[in-house]
Write a protein that binds this ligand. Structure first.
Ligand SMILES: [Zn+2]
Length: 193
């Protein structure tokens, strides 16, 4: 990805994170600091992370995976972890907004960073996607992402239509492609005679 586009995505992610951290400070932990923000654009980096780093709570985001292929408006299905993907509050969704997939990942990983901070403050432990994390993630999703998601029923219907038309298109073009291939084969065979 070119440098300018990378810088734009990093600028976007940083300003979103500033807003999210402000909310955490005002409503959950007044002294929480996001000590590390990593943005990794290497194509091989597939998964993001949020948790405790040497300097304190932090995140490291697999940017390439979330920012690639955005050349125009596109309806996509964004997936969350399988065990809560179907949740209407913390699950996956349909969107045409090119930033909402990244928003979801930033909120998800920030929730992990806050979770580890909570462990330290409250001297407790919990599962990575357990009740403490879910509660933090839910509050962040309801504040910053869910109110901005489009009509999910309508978007799902449009998405299903797209999938159906791609499948139909594939079937209908198959005999044409086969005929073309046959013509090419016959032409090659004829030229050898
Ligand atoms: Zn997670």
């Amino acid at each position: 990805m070119e440098r300018l586009r990378k810088a734009e995505w990093i600028h976007y992610a940083n300003s979103e994170l500033d807003t999210y951290v402000k909310f955490v400070n005002e409503h959950i932990f007044p002294k929480f600091i996001l000590a590390k923000r990593g943005f990794d654009f290497s194509p091989s980096r597939r998964s993001s992370r949020g948790g405790m780093y040497a300097d304190g709570p932090g995140i490291n985001i697999a940017m390439h995976h979330y920012c690639k292929n955005y050349t125009g408006e596109r309806l996509i299905r964004v997936y969350e972890y399988k065990s809560f993907d179907s949740s209407s509050v913390i699950g996956g969704f349909y969107t045409k907004d090119k930033y909402q997939k990244l928003d979801m990942v930033l909120l998800h990983e920030l929730a992990h960073a806050v979770q580890y901070y909570a462990y330290r403050i409250n001297n407790t432990r919990c599962k990575p996607h357990g009740p403490i994390w879910k509660n933090i993630y839910k509050r962040l999703r309801e504040e910053f992402l869910n109110p901005h998601l489009g009509d999910q029923v309508a978007l799902k219907a449009e998405y299903d239509d797209d999938v159906a038309s791609i499948t139909k298109h594939r079937k209908s073009t198959m005999p044409v492609a086969t005929k073309k291939e046959l013509d090419a084969l016959f032409a090659r065979a004829a030229s050898k005679i």
